[in-house]
Each structure stands twice: as structure tokens, then as C-alpha cells.
Design a protein around this ligand. Structure first.
Ligand SMILES: [Zn+2]
Ligand SMILES: [Zn+2]
Ligand SMILES: [Zn+2]
Length: 356
């Protein structure tokens, strides 16, 4: 992720909707991939001070202030390209849900930013009504207690993916609850953006891998045969724990539960790496971008080059966190089998982008 600049010189972040120095309103222009100041042009339109073009604010901005993306004035959709993917939003009669939703949308926009930056296809339900990408943000029906064993599956919203529909349990946006779940599940890392990246992996597996026999056989060679019973594998994982040797060839314990989960976990790590490298480069901490590229950090690089930079950066990040008394920012290690899985994803993305 890059940082941006206001006309007053102030540094702007991806999430900002107002400049804290000069008070100008801000918006994110999707096609140009930047946040910048805007000024009112008419009752319902805004002019970008960067490119002079006219936009409307996303409806989820004017109505709820949970989005800072702009919609080009000639686009009839009242929602920005991120918000128009929403199928179900949280129940806003519950006051606390508005804040949770804000966090959810912020993480989702970061995902969309990276996917678009990589040049991956992003088809919503309006373009593909069977497997198009969509999101639903739901809460447990009777949230007596997140760990209440009386909660039947019917009442418990499972974060997951089915045929393009990504479901996020909004409890994941509540820091204390998510941390409680993380500890209970014995995980090293659990974040909202991590959920979005992971679930998007399932979507892209279905879109890019499942229907291509060559890719499918390469996938099975690296990740295993996904035709093994998924529910059985998951319940084995939850009841018996991960296999003891998972660190040899998996990025996380959960990745060892089933080839689909291994894929989604590895995909999420690829996106963690891409976004963090872009941020680090923007701050001048690393150099990964070759002069001929304009935007994405992946295009001209071999994965091995990226990994070399990444491993050093991740060590530095962890050391910085330790200096501040915090836990490691990236508590993972990338073994050779994991690097090969990342290479598969890297190549798949490059092939997909170059064939589009
Ligand atoms: Zn400003
Ligand atoms: Zn929006
Ligand atoms: Zn999954």
C-alpha cells in the first residue's frame, strides 16, 4: 500500500476521508489508485483536485461514512466498485455494528486494491450470477457468548467461501473477540485482512485452477489432492489438531487441514507479502520495483527475488515489534516447499494477467 499526499503537503493514508491538516475532503479514485483531495462541484458531485475529473461519493460514504471511494460521475451505480460487491451488510439497528462494519469495509477495500493492482479478474454477481464475487457480513443469531457450546450451527455464522460468496462473521471485527478466538484456536496470527485474503484465495482457486486440467494437476502435486473429504478433514483437524510435521511444508497449522485450506493460506500470504512490500518500498525501506514497472510489485520479478527481500524485511519487522514490546508482526517461516507453492501462485497470477 502506498501513502498519498494532499495539495497542502500532508501525508494521506488509504483509509482517510478528510485531511487532518487542511480539512479538505478526500476520496479514493479507483482507476488511478490514489487518495486525494476533492471539492464540491455541484450538489451531488465532487471534483478531484488531482485530475480535475468529476465524481460522486459512494453511497456508503454519504449515508454511513464507512467508505472513502469515489464513483465516476458517468457511472450509474450509486456504490463504488468495492461496496457494490456487498450482498448482506450488518444489521445496523444494532448501534455497535456500524463501527464493526467500518472496519470490515476498510479491510475489504485493501483486498480489492491489491487484487486490482495485480490485475486479477474481479467479477461481481452482476457479471457472473452463479460464481461472481460477493460478500455477506453477518452475526451469530443469538450471541449469548461466542464460545457457547449451545449455539447450534444454524445460529453460528461461519466465515467462509461458497461459489464466489464470501461470508465474514462480524465478530471478527471486534478486536477483543478475535483475539479470544485466536488464542482458543492456538493461532499465531488472526486479522480481518487475513480473513479477506484467505477467503479470496478460495474464490480464485475456483476461478483459475479448478477448470484447468494442467493447473489442477500442478496444484495436486504441490498442495495435495483436494478430492479428499473436506468435512472429514476439517473435523479431524479441529478434534485432533494439526499433523505434527506441518511446519515442514505448510505456512500455518491450519493449512495442513486440507489442500484447499493450504492453498487459501498460501494465497493469503502471497497477498500479505505483496501489500507489505509495496508499503515498505513506498517508505524507502526496500527496493523491489524495477524501473520499467509502473504499479504492481510483482510483474517483473521472479518470486525468488521477492522472497529474498521479503525475508529480510519480515525479520526487520519482527525485530522492530520486539523493540516496542509487541509480538512478531510476521510469525511465520517460509520453507522450500512453501516457496514452491508461492511460486505456483506467482506464476498463475502472471499467466492470468498476461492472458487477459
Ligand atoms: Zn490537506
Ligand atoms: Zn464504497
Ligand atoms: Zn478457508
Amino acid at each position: 500500500m502506498k501513502t498519498f499526499h494532499c495539495v497542502c503537503g500532508n501525508t494521506l493514508y488509504f483509509e482517510n476521508s478528510m485531511c487532518l491538516k487542511c480539512g479538505r475532503e478526500l476520496g479514493f479514485i479507483v482507476e488511478e489508485r490514489f487518495v486525494g483531495p476533492i471539492e464540491p462541484a455541484s450538489e451531488s458531485s465532487w471534483r478531484s483536485l488531482d485530475n480535475g475529473k468529476l465524481y460522486r461519493k459512494c453511497y456508503n460514504n454519504t449515508k454511513y461514512q464507512v467508505c472513502n471511494w469515489l464513483v465516476p460521475i458517468d457511472d450509474e451505480n450509486q456504490y463504488c466498485v468495492s461496496c457494490r460487491l456487498n450482498h448482506i451488510i450488518p444489521n445496523l439497528t444494532e448501534e455497535r455494528n456500524l463501527n464493526l462494519w467500518y472496519r470490515i469495509e476498510t479491510a475489504k477495500r485493501r483486498l480489492i486494491y491489491t487484487l486490482k493492482g495485480l490485475g486479477l479478474p474481479l467479477l461481481g454477481r452482476s457479471q457472473n450470477n452463479i460464481n461472481g464475487l460477493a460478500f455477506q457480513f453477518m452475526e451469530n443469531e443469538s450471541p449469548v457468548d461466542e464460545f457457547d457450546s449451545n449455539l447450534s450451527e444454524h445460529h453460528h455464522v461461519m466465515t467462509g467461501h461458497t461459489a464466489g460468496m464470501i461470508t465474514i462473521n462480524i465478530v471478527e471485527a471486534e478486536h477483543s473477540s478475535r483475539e479470544e478466538i485466536r488464542e482458543k484456536m492456538n493461532e499465531r496470527y488472526r486479522t480481518l485482512i487475513g480473513h479477506f485474503r484467505h477467503e479470496s484465495g478460495h474464490y480464485y482457486w475456483q476461478l483459475l485452477v479448478s477448470s484447468d486440467s494442467q493447473r489442477l494437476s500442478d496444484f495436486r502435486r504441490l498442495f495435495g489432492d483436494e478430492r479428499q473429504n473436506y468435512n472429514k478433514a476439517l473435523s479431524h483437524y479441529y478434534n485432533k489438531g494439526p499433523r505434527y510435521d506441518w511446519p515442514d511444508d505448510c505456512i500455518s497449522a491450519y493449512a495442513s487441514s486440507h489442500p484447499w485450506e493450504d492453498w487459501a493460506e498460501t494465497w493469503a500470504h502471497y497477498l500479505h507479502m505483496i501489500d507489505t512490500l509495496e508499503t515498505a518500498e513506498d517508505y524507502g525501506f526496500v527496493q523491489v520495483q524495477s524501473p520499467q514497472t509502473s504499479d504492481t510489485v510483482t510483474a517483473p520479478h521472479s518470486l525468488r527475488d521477492l522472497l529474498l527481500v521479503w525475508e529480510r524485511l519480515a525479520l526487520g519487522l519482527n525485530s522492530l515489534n520486539r523493540s516496542l514490546g509487541l509480538t512478531d508482526a510476521y510469525p511465520f517461516s517460509i520453507t522450500e516447499p512453501v516457496a514452491q507453492k508461492l511460486q505456483f501462485i506467482h506464476t498463475l497470477i502472471q499467466d492470468t494477467v498476461s492472458s487477459n
